[in-house]
Design a protein around this ligand. Structure first.
Ligand code: SF4
Length: 441
């Protein structure tokens, strides 16, 4: 069992799905950088595409995603039209360069759009971008409202990976987070996804939810396993109603405290590894036959905006409102507001409005943080501030959470829940950043 050191977890830290993190983005970066990034893509460079659908049938109270209610058909149709125009624009700047090896649909809930709209969108992407022979397609699915028709559209599109938003199976906890989905709804979604050809199925789960105790968490882990999930992402709920107003509906008094949250993270890790799941990074788990477990065994795991992944592409192109792209020299983010995003695209302009340049020194730091989080080890000898970094990490060392081999920083098994806090010491922005993050556990 992990040991709880509150002092070492006291500082709120980023999740490091990118480095620098989105909190450091500024509006000095925009369309010109996006254009330069696209024009720098190599002729046959593998690229990964992310498509953001910022709509959901029902909005969950805890959700921090950029999404809104899919209650107006015309609004969705207009958004999809602009998305289609953005596909043309971006492909135009690529001018035949690059090979798309992956397309991920996320949100929001991609199944908030109609099956026919999804078919058209996939077809548009496949016919407009230069595609690898068999690109890997994945979709995030909300089990609520997921039906055989959408599953058929997925099968027709060749989707083989899916991620289900589950969070918890407990009806009482579901009621106080505003996400009611009976067991049968999730069971039915799993059945439809398997019949549609999904071979790698992830469940998103959460700990630290209101009214959630150890028994409720364990039950959710067990039911996920019984339903045959291939991967689990077990996130800690971050309650930040001052940043995410919809969370005000959640009663803060019913949330587990920090020691309980830590214990729940440990419980999930212990229970799942005890059942033979392969831990991936600090909060993902995979069945041994799943490609993500293979990537973990072969030390190929990477970290991108969707979490721990076996996607090895350096160039990620984000399409849709708020989507983030990663190019060789910059990270750029599209306009967040769907209406303004549509207006930009409608005038024939790329949608990037903020971001950050990533010169070699930042890329080095980003690579080391990624290696530490994904592989549990990073050689920091090339960092100009390696001495102060080592000094700041001394308490983690005294607590036997990390160990040094020369300048190689190794996260010990006991240090896993502290991974983000250790990584934050390599982050040159942390001292100056005013952004607010969640606690590491
Ligand atoms: S379905 Fe997912 S994206 Fe939509 S509101 Fe709920 S948690 Fe957020």
């Amino acid at each position: 069992m992990w040991t709880y050191y509150p002092k070492l977890l006291a500082r709120a830290v980023p999740r490091y799905t990118s480095y620098p993190t989105a909190a450091e983005f500024h509006d000095g970066i925009g369309e010109a950088d996006q254009r330069a990034g696209l024009e720098a893509v190599g002729p046959d460079e593998p690229i990964s595409i992310y498509v953001h659908i910022p709509y959901c049938r029902e909005i969950c109270w805890y959700c921090g995603c950029n999404t809104g209610a899919a209650n107006r058909a015309q609004r969705l149709a207009t958004y999809l039209q602009r998305l289609s125009e953005e596909i043309d624009l971006v492909a135009g700047y690529l001018d035949g360069r690059g090979r798309v090896v992956r397309i991920a649909f996320g949100g929001g809930s991609p199944n908030a759009i109609a099956p026919d709209q999804f078919r058209v969108l996939v077809q548009r992407l496949k016919s407009t971008f230069p595609m690898a022979i068999a690109p890997l397609l994945s979709v995030e699915i909300d089990p609520r409202g997921f039906d055989a028709e959408f599953a058929a559209a997925m099968a027709g599109a060749g989707i083989t990976r899916a991620s289900l938003g589950v969070q918890t199976f407990d009806p009482q906890v579901q009621a106080v987070i505003g996400r009611i989905q009976p067991f049968e709804t999730i069971e039915n979604a799993v059945k439809l996804l398997r019949e549609a050809g999904v071979t790698s199925l992830n469940f998103d789960l959460m700990y630290g939810l209101p009214l959630q105790g150890d028994a409720e968490l364990t039950e959710s882990l067990k039911l996920s396993q019984d339903l045959g999930a291939d991967r689990l992402a077990v996130f800690g709920y971050a309650h930040v109603p001052h940043l995410i107003p919809r969370q005000r509906r959640i009663d803060a008094a019913s949330l587990p405290g920090s020691p309980e949250r830590f214990r729940q993270a440990a419980l999930a890790h212990e229970w799942l590894t005890g059942q033979g799941w392969t831990p991936v990074g600090f909060d993902h788990f995979a069945r041994s036959q799943d490609p993500l477990a293979a990537a973990a065994r072969e030390r190929r795991v990477r970290r991108n905006f969707q979490g721990f992944t076996d996607d090895t592409c350096d160039t990620l192109i984000g399409l849709g409102a708020s989507a983030i792209s990663r190019y060789a020299g910059s990270l750029v983010q599209n306009e967040r507001n769907s209406g303004r995003y549509g207006m930009k695209i409608g005038t024939g302009r790329l949608a990037a409005i903020r971001g950050i340049a990533t010169p070699p020194a930042e890329r080095l730091r980003g690579r080391l943080i990624e290696e530490l989080l994904c592989q549990g080890s990073a050689d920091i000898e090339e960092l100009p501030d390696r001495l102060p970094v080592r000094y700041h990490l001394r308490e983690f060392e005294y607590a036997r959470l990390i160990r040094w081999s020369g300048w190689r920083l190794n996260l010990l098994p006991e240090g896993l829940p502290y991974a983000r806090s250790v990584a934050a010491e390599l982050d040159s922005w942390r001292a100056s950043s005013t952004a607010q993050f969640s606690n590491a556990v």
